[in-house]
Design a protein around this ligand. Structure first.
Ligand code: FE2
Ligand code: FE2
Length: 268
């Protein structure tokens, strides 16, 4: 299978750009599935039902999120009904929505899990406790043809450890949340595709997608009343990875795809 995963969509420009791109890419690259992290799609904070519907209509199969999932409260009732929008599975019991799912697509069945790490992140249940549950849920070539884990987190060490813990059991472990793409995309020893962070889809003339001066002021004048962070609205770069799998469901290759804006670089 050939699957595109797109990193955190930050704001309106990135949203519109990515929606347009995926329509073309699906045909051009003959993608079997598209998975997108949308935790910052609505003005940088959260996501709304209408935005999710737009992504699904443009061709996304499953949407993932992270710590910002609840920033727009109207998503609560939507996520309870829509099993193609995930929130991290290690959020405390009773949290609306689900964090792991599998769906049928034209060419098979894909499984996706969304987890959030613990270091420097908002409080969740211990992330490593979810590793056995993921391994038990996804059996490559038995109940899923492709399985991806979106590991949403700050610390690269923790994300690498998750990659290693899942190596050989899922097709891909892809990192999100830092909003900066890393260059360590690789196939791990036992066949799982891995990248520490896919990077955001947003304006890279910014501080992780937000207006530079507002973000800088927060660091320089921490005692001042915090000004509202606004999405930086320059030309966005869409950051993703394309994962190609073998017949056993493990991966043959993982390649970065960066379209538009300041980080444009296509390696195909
Ligand atoms: Fe994010
Ligand atoms: Fe995040």
């Amino acid at each position: 299978m050939k699957v595109l995963f797109v990193g955190d969509i930050v704001g309106r420009n990135a949203r519109n750009f990515v929606q347009k791109q995926i329509v073309d890419l699906k045909l051009k690259l003959q993608l079997d599935a598209i998975i997108i992290n949308v935790e910052n799609a609505a003005g940088g904070f959260g996501v709304t039902p209408a935005i999710c519907d737009d992504f699904f209509n443009a061709g996304a199969d499953i949407l993932t999120t992270g710590n910002h999932v609840w920033d727009k409260r109207e998503i609560i009732s939507y996520i309870s009904k829509n099993e193609r929008l995930l929130r991290p599975m290690n959020m405390i019991d009773g949290t609306p929505g689900i964090g792991i799912t599998s769906i049928k697509i034209n060419t098979g069945t894909i499984g996706v899990a969304n987890i959030m790490t613990n270091l420097f992140m908002s409080r969740t249940d211990p992330v490593f406790n979810k590793v056995p549950e993921i391994i038990n849920s996804f059996k490559l070539t038995e109940n899923v043809d492709f399985a991806l884990v979106d590991v949403h987190g700050e610390a690269s060490s923790e994300k690498m450890a998750i990659g290693y813990a899942l190596d050989g059991n899922v097709s891909a472990v892809v990192g999100t949340h830092t909003h900066v793409p890393t260059a360590d995309y690789q196939i791990l020893e036992k066949g799982t595709a891995y990248i520490t962070d896919v990077g955001m889809s947003g304006d890279y003339n910014s501080i992780i997608g937000m207006n530079k001066q507002d973000a800088l002021n927060r660091f320089m004048f921490p005692n001042n009343k915090k000004s509202k962070l606004e999405v930086s609205l320059g030309e966005p770069t869409m950051c993703g990875v394309i994962i190609d799998t073998l017949s056993n469901g493990l991966s043959k290759s993982i390649k970065p795809l960066r379209l538009g804006g300041r980080l444009e670089q296509t390696i195909l």
